[in-house]
Design a protein around this ligand. Structure first.
Ligand code: ATP
Ligand code: MG
Length: 676
């Protein structure tokens, strides 16, 4: 299909948004109105119609899943080399690219490490325990505070001078020490991926000029969820040319707790007076009933911009609300319904999505789905990267590119077993801290003989020599071959066998490690015409993916989708179940207490607007909490939906016995036909 044909399929307002390229553009519109479609078409338009090189274009979005989907959509529009060098990524990956390109200017050495939240926590714990015993809560609080500062672009000095009380002063001092240590370890944390580029571009006009030359056009999806640092990154890069398109929906802002600032929508108009605002009002996703429910619900929130969404898809089925005795019955009901409805609706497994507020709600459901042998995919559950063997292998990779990475060192210095005990490591750590060097570097120091017995020193240096040897081989030639050889040389597999309950378990784990290394190798192969990638950047990208990718590996096979409402942003499914429509669950107890129910309402709005054809809301009368069975109160959001469009099931006063029987028959008929 040509770009002209593609444009012709869009409505006039969408076309305007795609065609307008002379200045800043904001598409502000409700769910399912084609905002993401505008972005993908516009990328193709810029390349095919305006002759812009794809490598001058950056499109950013929020999750890896969304970035992947966008890449696929754009990939199908661009032919051959047209798409080479195009950046479609998350904000964090874009930040990583900039940091990698500016390592020297930023004062980092090649092969820096990316600390995941666990590493960062370990570092904070060390720093905090210097003064006093601390508990996990305190560490989490300080970590959260530091993250908020970084997202709001508050540097340690500013944090200290603005600290309102002693607690904040304490956190600000830790913030300073934490950053200093990260730098000493040649490491950055997750929030730094945005903060460091922004600070650099603000301070260094030459670096700014370099990146402005690189990117000529930017597109941002889910703009309502950008935080201050992310907004500044876009503003810095685009301030001169003013060539960007951002799309968003203030009603879908659900990340305030992570520093998102929906006010950025307003700021944009102030910072760019030439901003053209385009509103889209037709929804192409959902039936009339579903859309009306979403509109009525969100009308209970105050609004920055008024929007009205309409759809010409016809009213569709009423929204069902299914009340269950308890949470187990709720899970059972959802699973058994999907089993029968798949046949009745002539649908595939992947057409069904079950959304919930918290991941814990998926556990019972998983059991029920397994019971009926329904294939499903859980997003945000145990991912490939959280497996122990993968964490070990990643720690080796991290140590190989940056021997100063103490967390990686500690994770694997005794894996496989090298008889290096905690006593030795503690003394080594003290020795290293006193001299402000890494533990790996400390192993090479002669002075170590004075604090550790000779045997311990020998074991440590045998380990560092082993690692140094691998590093040398990596530098000399085939880095991937050297890594594979390392795994064999240390007989990691034997170690897995010693620690596994069964040989097959160990084999599977080893296979996972090989898969990881294969992936690393694959990610180094670049498209024709690109400069070849070095193993260091391939490894840092893997680490980043490890952090970002809470969801499991790419997998678009035919499965029922299980995901949190947060993770469902931007996606759509023919049949959607929203579980746990109860007070304290949705809206969540914390937000009721904190007075932030509006954000929960937006979350419910996001959930509802994922549905194309049918929507089912479920709740339980009783649920286990803190080991006890508690009575549940139906969510206030149910009262906010248009009563005439709802069909209640299982509520004593509304239950229609005939219907119930009919439903039972349906289920049986469905099961029969399934069994052939
Ligand atoms: P969300 O707010 O949930 O992210 P969105 O505004 O990004 O939604 P899209 O995902 O781009 O909306 O589009 C929703 C659906 O409507 C998609 O299935 C898309 O293919 C379809 N669509 C978008 N524009 C049109 C159009 N002009 N004609 C027909 N279908 C369209
Ligand atoms: Mg979208």
């Amino acid at each position: 299909m040509s770009i002209q044909q593609r444009l012709a399929k869009l409505n006039p307002r969408q076309q305007e948004a795609v065609r307008y390229i002379d200045g800043p553009c904001l598409v502000l519109a409700g769910a399912g109105s084609g905002k993401t479609s505008v972005i993908t078409t516009k990328i193709a338009y810029l390349v095919q119609e305006c002759g812009m090189s794809a490598r001058r274009i950056a499109a950013v979005t929020f999750t890896n899943k969304a970035a992947r989907e966008m890449k696929e959509r754009v990939g199908s529009m661009l032919k051959g080399k047209e798409g080479h060098g195009l950046t479609v990524s998350t904000f964090h990956t874009l930040g990583l690219t900039i940091i990698r390109g500016e390592l020297k200017t930023l004062g980092y050495k090649a092969g820096f490490s990316l600390f995941d939240p666990e590493d960062a926590k370990a570092l904070l714990r060390d720093l905090m325990q210097k003064d006093a015993q601390v508990d996990a809560d305190q560490i989490n609080r300080v970590q959260g505070q530091i993250s908020t500062w970084k997202n709001d672009l508050v540097l340690p000095g500013q944090a200290l001078s603005h600290a309102a009380d002693e607690d904040e002063q304490y956190a600000a001092r830790l913030y300073e020490a934490y950053n200093r240590h990260l730098k000493a370890y040649n490491a950055v944390d997750f929030d730094d991926l945005i903060l460091l580029p922004v600070v650099l571009l603000q301070r260094d006009p030459e670096a700014l000029a370099r990146w402005r030359r690189k990117f000529h056009y930017m597109l941002v999806d889910e703009y309502q969820d950008t935080n201050v640092s992310q907004y500044l990154l876009v503003r810095l890069l685009m301030a001169e040319r003013e060539t960007f398109t951002v799309v968003g929906d203030d009603d879908q802002s659900i990340y305030a707790w992570r520093g998102a600032r929906p006010e950025n929508l307003v700021t944009l108009g102030e910072d760019f007076p030439r901003l053209r605002v385009i509103k889209l009002e037709q929804n192409y996703r959902s039936t009339g009933v579903i859309l009306r429910a979403a509109n009525t619900l969100i009308a209970n929130n105050p609004h920055v911009y008024e929007k009205t969404l309409w759809s010409d898809m016809g009213p569709g089925d009423p929204i069902r609300i299914v009340v269950n005795r308890h949470e187990e019955a709720e899970a059972e009901r959802v699973a058994s319904e999907i089993l029968t409805r798949r046949i009745k609706e002539r649908a595939e497994w992947r057409d069904f999505a079950v959304l919930y507020r918290g991941n814990f709600q998926a556990r019972l459901l998983e059991l029920k789905l397994q019971h009926y042998q329904i294939p499903y995919k859980l997003s945000g559950g145990t991912s490939f990267f959280s497996r122990n063997e993968i964490k070990d292998a990643m720690a080796y990779l991290r140590l190989l590119i940056n021997p100063g990475d103490d967390n990686a060192f500690l994770r694997i210095v005794n894996v496989p077993r090298r008889e290096i005990g905690p006593g030795t490591l503690e003394k080594l750590a003290n020795y290293a801290t006193e001299r402000s060097i890494s533990m790996f570097a400390a192993c090479h120091e002669l002075g170590l003989e004075q604090v550790l017995p000779t045997r311990a020193v020998e074991r440590l240096s045998r380990f560092t020599h082993f690692v140094d040897g691998v590093r040398k081989r990596m530098d000399q030639g085939d880095a991937i071959a050297a890594i594979r050889e390392m795994m064999r040389d240390m007989d990691y597999e034997a170690w897995l066998h010693q620690n596994a309950s069964a040989p097959t378990v160990a084999e599977r784990r080893m296979a996972n490690v090989w898969t990881l290394i294969d992936q690393l190798e694959k990610s180094m192969e670049r498209e024709e015409g690109e400069e070849t990638d070095d193993v260091q950047s391939a490894i840092s990208r893997l680490v980043l993916r490890d952090i970002l990718e809470q969801q499991a590996e790419e997998d678009d096979s035919d499965r029922v989708q299980l995901l949190t409402m947060h993770a469902s942003k931007g996606l759509e499914f023919p049949h959607v179940y929203l579980m746990g429509l109860e007070e304290e669950l949705l809206p969540h107890r914390n937000s009721i207490e904190a007075g932030t129910v509006e954000e929960e309402r937006r979350l419910a709005y996001v959930g509802i607007t994922r549905a194309r054809q049918t929507l089912t809301l479920t709740l339980a009368r009783q649920r286990k909490a803190y080991g006890e069975l508690m009575d549940c109160v139906p969510s206030r959001f149910l009262d906010e939906l248009p009563a005439e469009d709802l069909e209640w099931e299982g509520r004593a006063d509304k239950e229609d016995p005939d219907k119930k029987q009919a439903r039972g028959k349906d289920a049986i008929a469905g099961l029969r036909s399934l069994l052939g």
